[in-house]
Write a protein that binds this ligand. Structure first.
Ligand code: GLN
Length: 240
């Protein structure tokens, strides 16, 4: 039988990859293998050729300086990413790239870093950093557990829905109690940790969307997530 390949595009793996964000790629890779697919990881950094095919797109967080470094290139590939997002390609962007998938990030120093506007969000840097363990609740994924560390506070427009409601921590901003944003199959979130090892339902969502888009259907096998469940139970009890 011909191997079914799923290509994971890792955006800006050099500059946007902090607090263990690479773990998201590893989880997708391992779960795809367990489901019987062949994952291929394509690392993309400024100046690289944008691949012809990408089935799942993942990007991590970064310092303001990292965001500045990749921004020009991101604006260049923005229309390609927009097209992929509109056609249902699953994407996961964390923190720094979450912000830049939005309209802009105005840093605490007043510098405006333009985003690519796939997500209808605006982010404003504040003097106080929002740091600590975070738990949110979402209809589709249940409790989402992670770690946040950002100065930017994000406000959602009408074109997106929140990923979850905050139970512990700050999330998008200090006033609304929402976390993350979704448009089409694009998920943006502040959660590092990394996110997917502790939240396999989100990993499976990305995988399922990618496989259905490419191969028409996804036969979901049962994966033993008992250790993950134990880790989730313990993580959920941690203080902020
Ligand atoms: N530099 C951005 C902020 O501080 C993003 C941080 C991050 O990716 N953790 O808001």
């Amino acid at each position: 039988m011909k191997e079914k390949i799923i290509k994971i595009l890792h955006l800006y793996s050099h500059d946007m990859n902090i607090y263990g964000d690479r773990g998201n790629i590893l989880v997708l890779q391992k779960r795809l293998e367990r489901y019987g697919y062949k994952p291929e990881i394509i690392e993309y950094n400024p100046g690289d050729k944008f691949p012809i095919e990408a089935d799942i797109i993942v990007g991590g967080g970064g310092q303001d300086s990292g965001q500045n470094k990749i921004q020009k290139d991101l604006l260049k590939i923005g229309p390609k990413l927009q097209k992929l997002a509109d056609s249902g390609t699953p994407m996961l962007v964390i923190c720094g790239l979450y912000q830049l998938f939005g309209k802009f990030f105005k840093t605490a120093e007043g510098e405006k870093i333009e985003g690519i506007d796939i997500l209808d969000i605006e982010t404003y840097g504040k003097p106080e950093r929002l740091i600590g363990n975070i738990i949110t609740n979402s209809e589709d994924f249940g409790y989402i557990i992670g770690y946040e560390n950002h100065s930017g506070q994000t406000f959602l427009g009408k074109g997106v829905i929140p990923l979850g409601q905050v139970r512990l921590g700050a999330g998008n901003n200090m006033v609304e109690g929402t976390e993350g944003a979704r448009y089409s199959n694009v998920i943006g979130t502040y959660l590092h940790g990394s996110l997917l090892p502790k939240n396999p339902k989100i990993a499976d969502f990305l995988i399922e969307q990618a496989v259905i888009k490419k191969y028409g259907k996804f036969d979901k096998k049962q994966i033993d997530d008992s250790l993950t469940e134990l880790a989730r139970k313990s993580a959920i009890k941690r203080p902020r």
